[in-house]
Design a protein around this ligand. Structure first.
Ligand code: BTN
Length: 247
C-alpha cells in the first residue's frame, strides 16, 4: 500500500473528507490529516473534540480484499497500531477497551471510527483515528475520563512523532491482515494488548438494553463473547462496554 498524506489546517471531519476522496476514486493508502476539525465525529453519533493541534485527527482510505465477516477486524487492527505506537514510542502501558478505544491509566487517549462507502472501484473503508496530544482544551464534561500523550508522559508530543509510527504500524498490520492467517494474528495481538478480552467484569450498554457479565474472548469476526450473570454466552457486535469492579 502506497501512503499519500493530504494535510489540511481545518476540516469539518477528516473522515468526511476521506470518504469523499474514496468516492472520487482515491487509492487505498490515502491519509487525510487536519490540525483541527469543526465537526469531528465519534462512535454512536457522539462528537469528537478537535481543537487546533491538541490531537492527531487522521483518516486512512482502505480498499480491503477481505471476506465481509472480517471487515470489523480493521478497527481492532487500528487499535493495535495505536497501542503499539504508545507503548513503543512513548513508553506507555496502554489498554484497549473493546472494540477499539485506547486507554492509559483507565482514561481514553484515542478513539477510532471506521465508516464504509460504496465507490465506483468497490467498497472502501475509512478508518478515522483521533489521538489526544495534550489535555489543555478538554471540555469540563470529559471530566477525568480522558487523557493525552502530554499528560501521561509529562512531555509534549509533536504531531509528526505520532503520525510517522502510526502510519508505519497501520501499513504493517494491514499487510498482515491480508495474509491467509492474518485475521487470526490480528485477533491474537489484540487479545495480548487488551485486558478486556478474557475474564473482565463488564457492563454492556446496547441501544435498548444493558446487562452485566464476564468477557470470554473474541469471536472470529471480532465480536466480544460475554458470559452473562444470568448464565449463557452473548456475542456483542456493537455497543459500549464498561469495566466493572471484580465481583
Ligand atoms: C470514538 O471514540 O467515538 C471515535 C472517535 C474518532 C475520532 C476521529 S478524529 C479523526 C476522524 N475524523 C472524525 O470525524 N472522527 C475520527
Amino acid at each position: 500500500m502506497k501512503i499519500t498524506i493530504l494535510r489540511f489546517d481545518s476540516l469539518a471531519s477528516t473522515n468526511t473528507e476521506a470518504l469523499g476522496q474514496a468516492r472520487r476514486g482515491a487509492a487505498e493508502g490515502l491519509c487525510v490529516v487536519a490540525r483541527r476539525q469543526t465537526a469531528g465525529r465519534g462512535r454512536q453519533g457522539r462528537s469528537w473534540v478537535s481543537e487546533e493541534d491538541a490531537g492527531i485527527f487522521f483518516s486512512i482510505v482502505l480498499r480491503p480484499r477481505l471476506e465481509t465477516r472480517h471487515l470489523p477486524l480493521l478497527t481492532l487492527m487500528s487499535a493495535v497500531a495505536v497501542h503499539r505506537l504508545l507503548a513503543e514510542e512513548f513508553g506507555l502501558e496502554p489498554d484497549i477497551k473493546w472494540p477499539n478505544d485506547v486507554l492509559v491509566g483507565g482514561r481514553k487517549i484515542c478513539g477510532i471510527l471506521a465508516e464504509t462507502t460504496d465507490t465506483p472501484g468497490g467498497l472502501a473503508v475509512v478508518v478515522g483515528i483521533g489521538i489526544n496530544l495534550n489535555s489543555r482544551n478538554f471540555p469540563p464534561e470529559l471530566g477525568g475520563t480522558a487523557t493525552s500523550i502530554e499528560e501521561s508522559t509529562d512531555r509534549p508530543a509533536a504531531p509528526d512523532e505520532v503520525l510517522g509510527p502510526l502510519v508505519r504500524n497501520l501499513r504493517e498490520l494491514y499487510r498482515t491482515i491480508g495474509e491467509p492467517d492474518g485475521p487470526r494474528k490480528i485477533l491474537r495481538e489484540w487479545a495480548e494488548r487488551s485486558s478486556f478480552g478474557e475474564g473482565k467484569r463488564v457492563r454492556v450498554v446496547l441501544e435498548r438494553e444493558t446487562f452485566t457479565g464476564t468477557t470470554r474472548g473474541l469471536g472470529e469476526n471480532g465480536a466480544l463473547r460475554v458470559e452473562t450473570d444470568e448464565g449463557g454466552i452473548r456475542l456483542v457486535r456493537a455497543g459500549d462496554v464498561e469495566s466493572l469492579r471484580p465481583a
